[in-house]
Write a protein that binds this ligand. Structure first.
Ligand code: SF4
Length: 415
């Protein structure tokens, strides 16, 4: 986006309506639902292109990397179909003039007070259900200096919260520096003025970067929040998923994280209906969810993806309805757990960042919640607050997945 802007184009993200010189749809092809969402958007713009209401239709990203031939055949309205590394192709096809801009330059597609920082690309792991290594290639870390420089630039533009993402964040640094240096990266990012929160997503459990625990426990800017996708707990399933970790090691890791970072909030994601998941495996998963009491949790029915090890070697033997039923059952357990955690917050004063202002309330988030996926705090509309501001609120009510609060006017949480 920044390169297009450098070439003199006006770039609009997630733009409604028609009348553009070019529409670039950057697709996701990770699992069936994501592919379907991409296809729906492509079809919407293909219609507009057919009616002559918009300029060149360009499709890029993972879905077109995976299914280029099929898209060429099925979407004749598309002018340009490229894969993941699409920029040079777009530059040629759209006749972009000078496009030099520093690699750290960004145009944000998020609200201006938070930004995702992608610290590496690709993945060397071999999870049986995952197509990402085939699409994105080998794990390549970005140098610390480049990330710090990008984060500084973002802070200068008003970003207050950095959300670290990667396909395999736990391996950050191994290819470039010969060891995992995620903790050091967090320390360096936390020195940037005006960055107040740094959040870690997608930490793979096998080979977990334990150095980050000390930083999380001791550094005020690093959120005591960790997204650690576990996928399952039964040894039978974990083994067939080729996750490189078993039940015992997973439980020990969770204990270690909670002991070393008191008050940490854990988020995980799980899969139901993986090939061969027996009722017993599923019951084990459900018990695990009840006992481990993750503060945040998402669950997805397994999607049998062409090109994965599981697709080539295992039978997708559980009907979709059953996969969904199992996912719903897990979510029912989690609903109770989440409601319990939220009830405990009533009467407490907490610090939030304001995400948006609605007609009758402000919407905010705590240090323990990531945008889009976690809980929100709905705050009475009294006083002057604006997006990106940090403020203290008193929690007055709780739902299953959200909190209700009023502002106290204080900026800092009392010790
Ligand atoms: S670590 Fe994540 S991206 Fe890599 S193979 Fe496993 S699930 Fe896929």
């Amino acid at each position: 986006m920044a390169k297009f802007a450098a070439a003199g184009w006006e770039v609009v993200f997630d733009a409604p309506g028609t009348g553009y010189d070019a529409v670039i749809i950057n697709t996701c092809g990770f699992i069936h639902d994501a592919s379907q969402e991409s296809i729906n958007i492509i079809l919407e713009y293909a219609e507009a292109r057919k009616r002559g209401e918009t300029g060149k239709l360009c499709i890029t990203g993972c879905l077109s990397e995976r299914y280029k031939e099929e898209l060429i055949r099925e979407i004749p309205e598309a002018d340009i179909i490229l894969g993941c590394d699409a920029f040079d192709g777009l530059r040629r096809e759209l006749n972009l003039s000078a496009t030099f801009c520093a690699p750290e330059k960004r145009l944000l597609s998020t609200p201006s007070h938070y930004a995702y920082l992608k610290i590496s690309e690709g993945c060397d792991r071999k999870c049986s259900f995952c197509i990402i290594p085939a699409i994105r290639g080998k794990h390549i870390s970005r140098p610390v200096e480049s990330l710090v420089s990008e984060a500084r630039m973002l802070a200068g533009k008003g970003v207050r919260e950095l959300i670290l993402v990667a396909q395999d964040l736990s391996s950050y640094g191994t290819d470039l520096y010969g060891r995992i240096i995620l903790g050091e990266l967090l320390e360096q990012l936390s020195e940037i003025t005006n960055i107040e929160w740094i959040r870690v997503h997608y930490a793979f459990p096998a080979g977990f970067p334990e150095d980050i625990l000390k930083v999380m426990a001791g550094n005020q800017k690093v959120c005591r929040y960790l997204d650690i996708p576990l996928q399952h707990i039964s040894d039978n399933v974990l083994k067939r998923m080729r996750r490189g970790i078993n039940r015992k090691k997973t439980l020990e890791l969770i204990d270690r994280i909670r002991n070393r970072v008191p008050g940490i909030v854990l988020r995980t994601t799980l899969l139901t209906g993986y090939p061969g998941e027996t009722q017993r495996d599923f019951d084990e998963l459900k018990d695990f969810v009840s006992n481990a009491r993750f503060e945040r949790l998402g669950v997805f029915p397994y999607s049998h993806e062409e090109g994965t090890w599981a697709f080539d070697n295992l039978n997708d033997d559980i009907p979709d309805k059953e996969k969904e039923r199992r996912a719903a059952e897990i979510m029912e357990v989690q609903q109770e757990i989440s409601a319990g955690f939220n009830r405990q917050m009533i009467g407490k004063e907490i610090r939030v960042i304001i995400d948006s202002e609605e007609d009758d309330h402000f919407t905010g988030r705590t240090e323990y919640d990531s945008p889009e996926v976690d809980n929100e705090v709905f705050i009475d509309k009294t006083g002057n607050l604006s997006a990106g501001a940090f403020t203290n609120v008193l929690v007055t009510g709780a739902g299953e997945f959200d909190l209700y609060a009023r502002a106290t006017g204080r900026k800092k949480t009392p010790p």
